[in-house]
Design a protein around this ligand. Structure first.
Ligand code: HSE
Length: 357
């Protein structure tokens, strides 16, 4: 799915004019590859280390197992090209850089100049958070962050997106909904019955997501944290290149959105910074931030998965000081998990490495 989105973006931006792509597949070698304006060629075998080693740069959207299987044999074979992927396998390796160039372009340029060869896209939630509030970290204002996430089905995979829609359809088929005179508690009972029925589709999620939510993403790591929650702190600090770590923690929750993640951030500032200064800083963060005024009309129109899915826009809104004290800031943000959360940093890294961006 990330590969398809990446291809769409590269075609839309005419990236293929800058290099000659060779397409590989783990399962369809020999079949026609995509035509990106340069004619079709047969797909090559993505498990053929010698064939891969002919490349100057490899971009993989195949996932962590593939990176684990191929990266190390490739490097052992003496290959010194650039490896760019979006899997978590290499992210925390000492000689890999997590790429999110609107936030850490300087680190990327330094690493390239120093001969770093592995450039890895970050966890989607972390990347989307930093696209939204990286500017506050840059100012040195942030003492810690607590993130309550509302993560879309796409983060769990293509089959999960389909299952979410099948769940919605099962709920949407509840007959009581069609009768405006029916008692609402009858409709509620019917919905609850459908959700709890054996035939309710939940092989992928293992639970109802439509009409419900799942406050667990990935596996347990330590001290009760899930791996998704653990990534928040380690990846944020690595992307920002910080020497002393800023604490980031929270609760990651799967909700019934298709492809955009949302996050409610509680940010402890190091001092009481006026809201207008915070707003100006967030607005200036990068060209994709859409600062949404804290009112109902703008929030409904612009600050939701429905509003920003399929776009590179990062809406940032509900910005206010909290009753907890003047150093406590509340921010809400949304972003397409498949774009800035996955494909976009990869295509931009290719262009950066080619001096085209
Ligand atoms: N782990 C993320 C999620 C997806 O489950 O939503 C991509 O980083």
């Amino acid at each position: 799915m990330v590969g398809s989105v990446l291809l769409e973006r590269m075609k839309a931006e005419n990236d293929f004019a800058s290099f000659d792509p060779v397409f590989f597949s783990t399962s369809q070698a020999g079949q026609d590859g995509p035509d990106v304006g340069k004619g079709k060629a047969p797909l090559r075998d993505a498990n053929d280390i010698a064939a891969l080693a002919e490349m100057d740069m490899i971009v993989s959207c195949q996932g962590g197992d593939y990176t684990t299987a191929v990266h190390s044999p490739l490097r052992s074979s003496g290959w010194s090209g650039l490896w760019i992927d979006a899997a978590s396998t290499l992210r925390m390796a000492q000689d890999a850089v997590i790429i999110l160039d609107p936030v850490n372009r300087k680190n990327i340029d330094q690493a390239l100049a120093a001969g770093t060869k592995d450039f890895i896209g970050g966890n989607c939630t972390v990347s989307l958070m930093l696209m939204a509030i990286g500017s506050l970290f840059d100012k040195g204002w942030v003492e810690w962050v607590n993130a309550s996430t509302y993560q879309a089905a796409s983060g769990a995979g293509a089959r999960n997106m389909r299952e979410l829609v099948l769940q919605m359809r099962a709920l949407g088929a509840c007959k009581t909904a069609d009768d405006p005179r029916a008692a609402i508690l009858d409709l509620d009972r019917e919905v609850q019955g459908v959700m709890q029925a054996d035939q309710f589709p939940q092989d992928e999620f293992g639970a109802a997501l439509a009409g419900s939510l799942i406050p667990w993403i990935d596996k347990l790591v330590e001290e009760g944290q899930t791996r998704e929650e653990w990534k928040g702190m380690v990846e944020t600090n690595k992307i920002l290149g910080l020497h002393s770590s800023i604490p980031v923690d929270g609760t990651c929750v799967r909700i019934g959105a298709m492809r955009s993640h949302s996050q409610a951030l509680t940010i402890k500032l190091k001092r009481d910074i006026p809201l207008d200064e915070i707003e100006a800083t967030l607005r200036a963060g990068n060209e994709w931030v859409d600062f949404v005024a804290n009112n109902k009309a703008d929030t409904l129109q612009r600050l939701s998965p429905a509003a920003c899915s399929g776009t590179l826009t990062i809406p940032v809104g509900r910005v206010r000081k909290m009753k907890l004290g003047p150093e406590y800031l509340s921010v809400y943000t949304v972003g397409d998990q498949l774009l800035w959360g996955a494909a976009e940093p990869l295509r931009r890294m290719v262009l950066i490495a080619l001096n085209k961006l």
